[in-house]
Design a protein. Structure first.
Length: 294
């Protein structure tokens, strides 16, 4: 049996384990994780939450954050595996934003970019974009070894979805503008790539918006969208479209007086938007990622 097949069987078994097992697992594993990562992921999360406390709409602990990541990851992978128990809980809001954006850009034969952050069950966002286009181009970073990456790629797959590695950016751009489709990506984490300097919660941070910036300059529109999990009155996964940036936003839609010190108004606006998202649901964002803040 190949390594990738072993991973696939193991993943499918784990996804079908009842939630009561995962509740017990988190209760046992988290104290151990906390003790082992006091000066790493857990410690960074405590520090970042403390620094951002004045900006947050709800009080959140590091334990809340890791619990949110844990359960949202489980929902993500079960949703990608097309579990009805997850699919039935997904609701879409403000769909007219992306539908209108597609129509507007199509008039000029241009694509759009649907971009988001690592919040909530974010893996479901890429698949969701297939509701609006037959050509969704997803850019992802490497996770795990080659065999595990193949399993994840198979799990993410959908008839209208094509996945690219960051090194395939040239091919992605050609395919995107040829198909007039949708670029799908998250932009708050990145590896081995240069990002955009911004300020989040009063701290210097980095967003990885160079690709959306480039396609916007080339004539593509940008749609911001996000997801989070609500637990009352019943558990549901919300996918909401938030804002549309027309093509060539910095060049033709912004007063150049607003672009001080060569900072992009597009990037600054997106940074403010996601800061508000995180402040609403801080327990569902990946504060622990080492590149979130300088």
């Amino acid at each position: 049996m190949t390594k990738s097949k072993t991973y696939k069987i193991l993943l499918n078994v784990l996804l079908r384990v009842p939630d009561v097992f995962y509740s017990a697992l988190f209760a046992v594993a988290f104290p151990v994780y906390k003790a082992l990562h006091t000066k790493r992921a857990y410690g960074r999360t405590v520090k970042h939450l403390k620094n951002a406390k004045a900006y947050l709409k709800i009080s959140t602990t590091a334990r809340d954050v890791f619990k949110g990541i844990f359960w949202n990851a489980l929902d993500s992978y079960r949703g990608l595996a097309r579990f009805k128990s997850v699919e039935s809980r997904i609701v879409y809001e403000n769909e007219e934003i992306i539908r209108d954006a597609i129509v507007e850009c199509a008039k000029n034969g241009k694509p759009i970019a649907g971009i988001s952050i690592h919040q909530g069950a974010f893996e479901l966002l890429h698949r969701a974009l297939c509701r609006y286009s037959e050509h969704v181009h997803l850019i992802t970073d490497s996770v795990g070894d080659e065999a595990f990456r193949e399993v994840l790629k198979d799990l993410r797959s959908a008839p209208h979805l094509t996945e690219y590695h960051p090194e395939e950016t040239g091919k992605l751009l050609r395919d995107l503008f040829h198909t007039k489709g949708i670029l799908a990506m998250v932009f708050d984490q990145g590896k081995n790539t240069k990002g955009n300097s911004v300020e989040l919660f009063g701290q210097k941070s980095t967003l990885y918006l160079r690709l959306p910036q480039k396609v916007n300059e080339m004539g593509a529109g940008i749609v911001l969208f996000r997801t989070w999990t609500e637990y009352t009155p019943k558990k549901r996964i919300v996918i909401r479209f938030e804002k549309y940036y027309p093509p060539q936003f910095d060049k033709t839609h912004v007063d150049h007086k607003l672009q001080k010190d060569e900072h992009s108004a597009l990037v600054s606006s997106i940074a403010k938007e996601i800061e508000s998202w995180i402040s609403e649901h801080p327990e569902q964002w990946s504060w622990n990622y080492h590149g979130n803040f300088s």
